[in-house]
Design a protein around this ligand. Structure first.
Ligand code: ATP
Ligand code: MG
Length: 433
């Protein structure tokens, strides 16, 4: 036998019934986006490597050690599988001068790639929902983006404050960070013996990122470090307060985490994360913030922007952890076909019912014809269908089909094969009960 080929480590197949959970999440996201006026965008999975190096910053986890980068073997171009969505979204907006007529609210759903050690909630191919608002500078958009995520948790059935909690911070503006940076370096240098190798390496290239460390041995040092919030000027504080005011008014609970800096260089002002204690070290489900400098940094006409990214695998793990299941996608009816029944009669009838909007599963026959009625009824039950459509020889000879309730104690009734539209409505109505 030929050798079985396997998927790449850390990259998962998503098959039924698991895929039904994904479709439910995607449907819920799409409805949410419509409710807030966000439009879908789709960009390539492969981008020039330079986009991420310039966009995310050289001294970031992603660019330093997580990118799938390679040379196009045909022309030598340096390419990278996208590790996140914002840089590509900005590239596309710049390339198409898409903000020409004004700001845009956009979203995308798709896979991202990072070469990390695979574990629960951390994969090499994973999926994100991303929302990006470009062209608006006000704190109203920052707040709206956070409110949207809160609405998504509610739509999915999660309890905010229990299953998932919000942390926010402000990174201020570049000049404010400069003053803080000096104080931070001084503090870290004073405790140089407690810094790990990565922190020592980043001490002068990207000290702010050290606050983001997950190393337990360094928590005390970063806990006592100077807080960026104390270095913010009036305008930055006013922006932060405006966001907090909206959250307070709408009633979305949050805590201010002065050490929240996020992994990418491009953020300024508002940053936030939704975290859970139910997924171990992979506790961040969603993160985002303002990135007012990025559009210009990537060659576009200067314009402010803000957005978030959500890890779909982590969100689905969390939903599983708290026992939330998608609504049933069971068919309305399952067609049980007896041997000897003309197939065209069966298919004409169920096509007619499908045209009326019913979901109907046909049990496919093998090369010796249909399986035994007993085995078909078993499958009909397992499908979760509300009705079995029984195409038996007697019924069909009289131009009829038996409609047998599988989940309620209703009566089995005979319905005419001619004019299925007349009784399709009664099956549709059963959906609501
Ligand atoms: P972490 O600190 O857990 O590595 P991150 O800060 O690198 O996360 P972001 O770049 O902010 O993550 O990406 C947004 C979201 O995408 C994360 O909050 C997380 O839910 C998800 N995510 C990031 N990396 C992975 C991965 N390797 N596998 C699965 N989900 C991921
Ligand atoms: Mg990471």
């Amino acid at each position: 036998m030929a050798e079985t080929l396997k998927a790449i480590k850390g990259m998962n197949d998503i098959l039924p019934p698991e895929s039904a959970r994904w479709e439910w999440l995607e449907d819920t996201v799409r409805k949410l986006m419509r409710r807030y006026g966000y439009q879908n965008m789709r960009t390539p999975i492969v981008e020039p490597t330079a986009l991420f190096v310039r966009g995310l910053g050289e001294v970031t986890d992603i660019v330093e050690k997580e990118m799938y980068s390679f040379e196009d073997s045909l022309n030598g171009d340096k390419l990278t599988l996208r590790p996140e969505g914002t840089a590509g979204a900005v590239r596309a907006v710049n390339e198409h001068t898409f903000l020409y007529e004004g700001g845009k609210r956009l979203f995308y759903i798709g896979q991202m790639f990072r070469h990390e050690r695979p574990q629960k909630g951390r994969y090499r191919q994973f999926h994100q929902v991303g929302a990006e608002v470009m062209g608006f500078a006000g704190p109203d958009v920052d707040a709206e983006l956070i409110l949207m995520t809160a609405a998504l948790w509610r739509d999915l059935g999660l309890t905010i404050g229990q299953d998932i909690t919000l942390q926010i911070n402000s990174l201020g503006q570049p000049d404010e960070r400069k003053a803080h940076r000096e104080a931070l370096i001084k503090h870290l240098e004073a405790h140089a013996d407690l810094l790990d190798d990565e922190a020592k390496r980043r001490l002068h290239s990207n000290p702010l990122r050290i606050l983001d460390t997950k190393n337990p041995a360094m928590q005390a040092v970063v806990e006592s470090a100077p807080k960026l919030l104390d270095y913010l000027g009036e305008a930055s504080l006013a922006h932060f307060n405006a966001v907090k005011q909206v959250l307070d008014a709408v009633g979305v609970a949050y805590s201010v985490n002065t050490r929240l800096v996020r992994g990418m260089d491009y953020y300024n002002l508002t940053v936030f994360e939704w975290v859970t204690d139910k997924l171990g070290a992979q506790g961040t489900v969603c993160g985002g913030g303002r990135y007012d400098g990025l559009i210009e940094q990537l060659g576009g006409k200067p314009a402010p922007a803000v957005g978030w990214g959500l890890g779909m695998e982590r969100l689905l793990l969390l939903l599983d952890e708290v026992g939330i299941k998608p609504p049933s996608t069971a068919p309305d009816a399952f067609a049980v076909v007896f041997a000897g029944t003309p197939l065209s009669t069966v298919l004409v009838a169920i096509e007619g019912l499908r045209q009326q909007g019913l979901d109907i599963v046909l049990n496919p026959a093998g090369k010796d014809g249909p399986a035994s009625p007993k085995s078909q009824f078993k499958k009909a039950d397992a499908s979760g269908a509300r009705f079995a459509l029984v195409f038996g020889p007697d019924e069909v000879a009289q131009g009829q089909v038996s409609v047998k309730p599988l989940r309620d104690h209703g009566e089995q009734v005979l319905q005419p094969l001619n004019g299925v539209a007349d009784w399709a409505a009664s099956l549709l109505a059963a959906r609501k009960s």
